[in-house]
Design a protein around this ligand. Structure first.
Ligand code: UDX
Length: 440
């Protein structure tokens, strides 16, 4: 199959490289000349484990290329994917679809032969209808189908998630007529290399597919928020949230994943998608109150985390030095979007603390966003002279710290572990004042 991928952001780049690795011929298209130049020079603009090798191999074998001008690739494509950004629109929280619609306009003028136009970007219910209308209006004779195929990629594990997904959701309208059948065949062919017994292709209607994406992310965000509230309750009653998570997670109806209590969820998807779902639901007069509450509770939680440093210290942070370990919204990414550190660091600074930090991959981006935070070269430099260390993101290297060395470098041994990386008993034995999340 010939694939044109519009947008070389996170989703477009991972999907493009993985489709190429499945054996398809993929052209990735972007309007940003510096991005295309970097990609053509072999440089991957994002940090994602395994992606550099995957891109290099497929470029070398002639299945993957990058271009500013996608006209030819779109003309020749069996499937054109729209994988552009859908940021939160300023002011009203709806998803901003201007990039999606601009891509539809561009595709409309170029379609030749039967083409499946696939929305990969996370788009509100009904966007596929709009994309179809745009193309139909601009090119009434075009032979095409618009399909929804949401991604469920976790940053840091995106290649595995693409190649071994729990399921692939494909939204095709009028599956019983000729166009629907042809679209189904193209999509089936694209994903054929998956072991389809293990990773079923779920064919549903287009609006259903669009909603599945939001429902999945909202459910996961709600699950995290649920365990975070349980963690607070555990602290109040003297229970252990990790044992509660295990105790409920072994019930298959609940499941053990996404029950790690922490400082609140962040990232490029959950915050944006939960708000967009809330807005869509309000617009249709069918409010999703659980998700409205999830958004509120999570926002408040991230803001409250800095307060835990004072509680653990037993004193104000004014005039104290606080070290943050980890700044990205989760490990194995350089993504800072909606990271809890963006709430924690400014709150500490506002309370009079001096803040110094280290993150293995995120410091370049973090430096632009975190005014007044001193970035250090490694974890040990970051903790030097600190009155409190806060583990904000659970990078593996923070699980394996030389704790005696850390203690020796600090001004006083106070550790606030927002990811429950360490065990209370060990830390107390080592002489740390230690607090974690939801463990009594
Ligand atoms: C998420 C979805 O998992 C993915 O399917 C979707 O397509 C995009 O959004 P991602 O944002 O990359 O992926 O990260 P994820 O691993 O889901 O974590 C999101 C946030 O939740 C992070 O801030 C993480 O720290 C937090 N989290 C996750 C918890 O606090 N506890 C958990 O148990 C799991």
């Amino acid at each position: 199959m010939r694939v044109a991928m519009i947008g070389t952001g996170y989703v477009g780049l991972v999907s493009g490289a993985c489709f190429a690795d499945f054996g398809h011929v993929v052209t990735c298209i972007d309007k940003d000349p510096s991005k295309i130049e970097r990609l053509n020079g072999g440089e991957i603009p994002i940090y994602e484990p395994g992606l550099d090798d995957l891109v290099a191999t497929n470029v070398r074998e002639g299945r993957l290329s990058f271009t500013l001008d996608g006209a030819e690739a779109i003309r020749n494509a069996d499937a054109v994917f729209i994988a552009v950004g859908t940021p939160t629109r300023r002011g009203d929280g709806h998803a901003d679809l201007s990039y999606v619609y601009a891509a539809a306009e561009e595709i409309a003028g170029l379609i030749e032969g039967f083409t499946v136009v696939v929305t990969k970007s996370t788009v509100p219910v009904g966007t596929g209808d709009e994309v179809e209308a745009i193309i139909r209006k601009a090119n009434p004779n075009a032979d095409f189908a618009v399909v929804s195929n949401p991604e469920f990629l976790r940053e840091g594990a995106a290649i595995g998630d693409f190649k071994r997904p729990d399921r692939v959701v494909i939204g095709v309208n009028d599956i019983d007529n000729d166009v629907g059948q042809r679209a189904r065949t193209v999509m089936g062919e694209l994903y054929r290399p998956l072991n389809l017994n293990e990773s079923p292709l779920l064919f549903v209607g287009r609006r259903t597919s669009e909603l599945i994406k939001y429902a999945a992310n909202a459910f996961l965000a709600m699950k995290i928020t649920f365990i975070n509230e349980m963690a607070d309750l555990c602290e109040a009653v003297g229970a252990d949230v990790q044992q509660v998570a295990r105790g409920i997670g072994l019930d298959k109806r609940i499941g053990s994943k996404f029950l790690h209590a922490g400082p609140g969820y962040g990232g490029s998807c959950f915050p944006k998608d939960t708000i967009a779902l809330v807005r869509t639901a309000q617009q249709y007069g069918a409010p999703v109150r659980l998700i409205e509450t999830t958004v509120e509770v999570n926002d408040a939680r991230k803001k409250a985390m800095a307060g835990r440093v004072e509680t653990t210290l037993g004193d104000s942070v004014a005039g104290k030095t606080v070290a943050l370990l980890g700044l990205t919204f989760k490990p194995n990414t350089d993504d800072m979007r909606d990271a809890p550190s963006l709430d924690i660091a400014p709150a500490l600074i506002a309370a009079g603390a001096k803040v110094q930090a280290f993150d293995p991959e995120g410091m370049h981006e973090a430096a632009k966003l975190l005014d007044g935070v001193e970035m250090k070269a490694n974890a040990y430099d970051a903790v030097t002279g600190a009155d409190a260390v806060v583990i904000v993101t659970e990078w593996d290297q923070f699980r394996a710290l030389d704790l005696d060395r850390v203690k020796g470098l600090m001004n006083q041994p106070v550790l606030v572990d927002l990811r429950n990386v360490y065990r209370s008993e060990d830390m107390l034995k080592r002489g740390f004042k230690y607090s974690s999340i939801g463990r009594g």
